[in-house]
Design a protein around this ligand. Structure first.
Ligand code: HEC
Ligand code: HEC
Ligand code: HEC
Length: 466
């Protein structure tokens, strides 16, 4: 309905003005020169951006067409610039190559090129020359691959796959082995809860994909929590922790559940006293943290160090990225192609997520489809920032080991992976997947299941991780 109105308004504008006026731009910007040492295709790419994207994605640098003086056009353009800037701001530093595009920016740009969705159709109806031709699209895609090949993440990928939106997880991580062992003990120790019944592992069981495989978490005294437990595997790749990102890193996160009355329901002072009565702990902390000793700081630091070891490498998909072309079946490869076009603009990087906050329901209202009453946790990132624009935004969950971490979404409302995939395609991309497409996507996602301590995480037992 809204789009229709916009189309009509713009159409009226087109009729009211001679075409030459429409195309006449005022305030043409001087081209910004590229600094030396940029990727080979960048000179051409920045020229395209400066000609065809600048009007909406560079607030303050917009070339104003004559019709922009009309109040309605002005309002529409301001809205476009605002919405466009929420997703991608092209600054002088980016245009010149002084600042590198981030992996998230690259993934978003790749997404709009693969979907041929930028510049928007409406804009093109008035700026006929500004659509991207096939050659320009290819140049942008080639540049994105070049940029990605320089990321530390892709150093392990085989040369032909260094430009992919997803990178293999490292086979080893350099960490202080003693701190990892200490953190592992603490992670599994029920002394961290108020009534000595729960450990971190109660809700993040490493033999259950790092989750509790339940709709929502159960805290002490059987209390049902408001939200689904995300996995701790590969959580180190998250830009912030929790669905709404309210903890800045793993150490800050670990302080939360212990003192949360609905989760472990303890007081940190009491927990520290309890731990100090265990000689193994006092000895370990004295030798590993000689200055600080045993404190909330060092306990959470040890747990966070352990969590950094929770990298599930060597999945079939990683074997493929490292150059074993036979690691994937043709269906799995077809699923990956679909994933690149429809999903990787949000689910990218080594963990296929964790790099940005995104709206749940970009194209369709997920919460209407779900039907249940809205809860406070449904507000997502808004609860942290109180910014209206963050309502229903969530940290993009990592998709590693996804077949094993059901049920899905922050509300744990979906237990079947194929259903979760269909819902994602629908609400994020306005796309109804066929059965074949859904199956291929699911088969691809299943290739993301990895190993911990050299064992497939689906086969880990309590003995392997204690
Ligand atoms: C007429 C204004 C306009 C022009 C010109 C324009 N965009 Fe956009 N762009 C938008 C708006 C509005 C959005 C946000 C809503 C949406 O995604 O459709 C957006 C969103 C985007 C996004 C984010 C996609 C995501 O994942 O959310 C990218 C990337 C992008 N544009 C790239 C480009 C590139 C590259 C060009 C030039 C080839 C371009 N845009 C030209 C208006 C514009
Ligand atoms: C009662 C169940 C429960 C216990 C016990 C628990 N957690 Fe969690 N954990 C959750 C839930 C639920 C969330 C998501 C909460 C949210 O986002 O609001 C979460 C989130 C996390 C995250 C963030 C992951 C992400 O993707 O954002 C990490 C890391 C984590 N927990 C580690 C721990 C550690 C370490 C402990 C022990 C100190 C612990 N948890 C104890 C239920 C629990
Ligand atoms: C616009 C960004 C965006 C796009 C595009 C997107 N996702 Fe998501 N995805 C998210 C966010 C945000 C969530 C978490 C939403 C929530 O829990 O409320 C999510 C959650 C998921 C989950 C559940 C993960 C879990 O642990 O609960 C799966 C599975 C998933 N996405 C798969 C896909 C697939 C497959 C596609 C492509 C068809 C896709 N996504 C496209 C942003 C996106």
């Amino acid at each position: 309905m809204k789009t229709k109105l916009v189309v009509l308004t713009l159409f009226a504008l087109v009729l009211a003005l001679p075409v030459s006026n429409l195309l006449g731009l005022s305030g043409e910007n001087e081209p910004i020169a590229v600094i030396e040492g940029s990727s080979p295709h960048f000179t051409k790419v920045t020229e395209i951006f400066q000609n065809k994207c600048v009007d909406c994605h560079s607030p303050g640098m917009t070339r104003m067409p004559i019709y922009a003086k009309l109040p309605i056009a002005k309002r529409l353009m301001a809205k476009d610039i605002e919405n466009a800037s929420d997703r991608l701001i092209l600054t002088n530093e980016l245009y010149s190559g002084k600042v590198k595009f981030s992996p998230v920016q690259l993934a978003r740009i790749e997404g709009v090129i693969l979907n041929n969705s930028m510049p928007p159709a409406l804009y093109l109806s008035m700026h006929w020359n500004d659509s991207l031709d096939t050659e320009e699209q290819q140049t942008i895609l080639d540049w994105i691959k070049e940029e990605r090949s320089h990321l530390a993440w892709s150093h392990d990928s085989t040369s032909t796959l260094k430009g992919e939106p997803i990178q293999p997880l490292p086979l080893t991580v350099e960490l202080d082995a003693q701190k990892v062992a200490l953190g592992q003990h603490l992670f599994h120790d029920t002394l961290l809860s108020g009534d000595n019944t729960l450990s971190c592992a109660s809700c993040h069981d490493l033999t259950k994909g790092g989750t509790d495989q339940a709709k929502v978490a159960t805290g002490i005294n059987g209390q049902q929590g408001p939200i689904n437990s995300p996995t701790v595997y590969n959580a180190m790749y998250n830009l912030a922790q929790f669905w709404d990102g309210r903890a800045k890193d793993l150490q800050a996160q670990a302080a939360g559940p212990v003192a949360n009355p609905g989760e472990m329901g303890a007081q940190w002072d009491t927990v520290i006293e309890k731990l100090k009565r265990v000689p193994d702990y006092t000895n370990a902390f004295a030798s590993l943290y000689p200055l600080q000793g045993l404190s909330k700081e060092t306990v959470t630091e040890a747990i966070a160090t352990f969590e950094q070891s929770l990298v599930t490498s060597n999945s079939l998909f990683d074997q493929y990225l490292r150059g074993n072309n036979n690691a994937l079946t043709s269906n799995e490869k077809a699923g990956y192609e679909l994933f690149k076009v429809n999903c990787a603009s949000c689910h990218s990087g080594p963990a296929l997520g964790g790099l940005s906050f995104e709206k749940m329901g970009v194209k369709q209202n997920y919460f209407m489809l779900r039907g249940d009453q809205l809860t406070e946790t449904d507000q997502g990132r808004f609860n942290v920032t109180k910014n209206e624009k963050d309502r229903h935004f969530f940290k993009v969950p990592v998709l590693r080991n996804i077949e094993f971490t059901s049920p899905y979404f922050h509300d744990g409302s979906i237990s079947n992976l194929a259903d979760a995939v269909k819902i994602m395609a629908k609400v994020q991309r306005n796309k109804n997947l066929t059965e074949v497409e859904t199956n291929n996507l699911v088969e691809f996602l299943k290739t993301l299941t990895g190993e911990y301590n050299d064992k497939p995480i689906t086969k880990l037992t309590k003995v392997d991780i204690k």
